[in-house]
Design a protein around this ligand. Structure first.
Ligand code: PEP
Ligand code: MN
Length: 333
């Protein structure tokens, strides 16, 4: 349920209303806009009398929300959310370029790539230390050592780091990581999402291989319902019957999610296509359709990458994409 207050509503009366609602067993999320305050009621609102609330002199209108996702719903929170990572802002017109290898391999590799992507305008460094691989015989990532190497690359470049967490038990290792990524395969690992909801850290939540937008939003809701509202959504392609690409990039998800939620939405053209030469056109298309950012795999030596070499851009290719992305952003502005 959503309660829209009248402009200049008496703060004392607002407080009384909030504590009355809380006594009724719902959590009250307050969104303060330029002109209005909107109260989002989270929990079971069935017993709450909407007409009674509507009759109060500080209340403009009351709406029941049928959607199951509430905290991430734009109806509750009309303004775009801006997620902040150090000096980097994401969302509401703030565009982020995240780049780096699929996996952290060596110090030289990650530091070298970090310097290169930074010079090309990347704002955040990505790199997997814990890798979800389809085969148990494939490289599983350097794990804790990989996190240490990412931190060295951060020190050398100043770029905040984004890296995937696969299991709740690894959480203590991620204390000093700037953005925790939940990969496609873990989008519905609800125990993990609940724990991430207790952190005060941005979470990059990727859409599952076969998940709907509603399911993606419900997963964001798991994190947010536990108190952490710093969620960035990522469209990374879904399984369809595409035969020549790794996945199908669902670009319509960007404007659709924009309507449904106030959270920032970024696109991963690397995992969406699986083919390096398809990454630049899809990166530009994602920018053009209004994404708040891109996450792109970049490797200094894709032929010898331990993971996802086929879809990795070389630093010079990333440099070209980054400047074309900036040109598109200017056209959009
Ligand atoms: C990744 O970012 O390296 C990754 C494994 O992505 P996804 O979870 O989207 O497959
Ligand atoms: Mn990858």
């Amino acid at each position: 349920m959503i309660v829209v207050l009248k402009p200049n509503a008496d703060p004392k009366k607002q407080e009384q209303l909030t504590s009355w609602l809380e006594d009724m067993g719902v959590r009250v999320h307050v969104a303060v806009g330029d002109y209005q305050i909107v109260l989002g009621l989270i929990g079971n609102t069935e017993k709450i009398d909407a007409e009674l609330i509507e009759s109060l002199d500080i209340v403009d209108s009351v709406k029941r929300v049928s959607e199951s996702f509430k905290t991430c719903n734009r109806k509750f929170h009309p303004e775009d959310t801006v997620v902040t990572v150090g000096d980097v802002k994401i969302g509401s017109g703030n565009f982020v370029l995240i780049a780096g290898p699929c996996s952290v391999e060596t110090e030289d590799q990650i530091v070298g790539i970090a310097k290169a992507v930074k010079a090309s305008g990347a704002n955040l460094l990505r790199g997997g230390a814990f890798k979800p691989r389809t085969s148990p015989y494939d490289f599983q990532g350097l794990k804790a050592k990989g996190l240490d190497l990412l931190k060295i690359a951060r020190e050398e470049t100043g770029l905040p780091i984004v890296t995937e967490i696969m299991s709740v038990t690894d959480l203590p290792l991620f204390e000093d990581v700037d953005v925790l990524q939940v990969g496609a395969r873990n989008m519905q690992n609800f125990d993990l999402l609940k724990e991430l909801g207790k952190l005060n850290k941005p979470i990059l939540l990727k859409r599952g291989l076969a998940n709907t937008l509603k399911e993606l939003l419900m997963s964001a809701e798991y994190i947010m319902a536990n108190g952490n509202e710093q969620v960035i959504l990522c469209e990374r392609g879904i399984r369809t019957y595409s035969d020549y690409t790794r996945n199908t990039l669902d670009l319509a998800a960007v404007p659709m999610l924009r309507e449904l939620t106030h959270l920032p939405i970024i696109v991963d053209p690397s995992h969406a296509t699986g083919i390096a030469r398809l990454v630049p056109p899809m990166a530009l298309a994602a920018t053009a359709c209004g994404a708040d950012g891109l996450i792109i795999e970049v490797h200094n030596d894709p032929m010898h990458a331990l993971c996802d070499g086929a879809q990795s851009l070389k630093p010079e290719e990333f440099d070209q994409v980054a400047s074309k992305v900036r040109a598109i952003r200017e056209v959009l502005a």
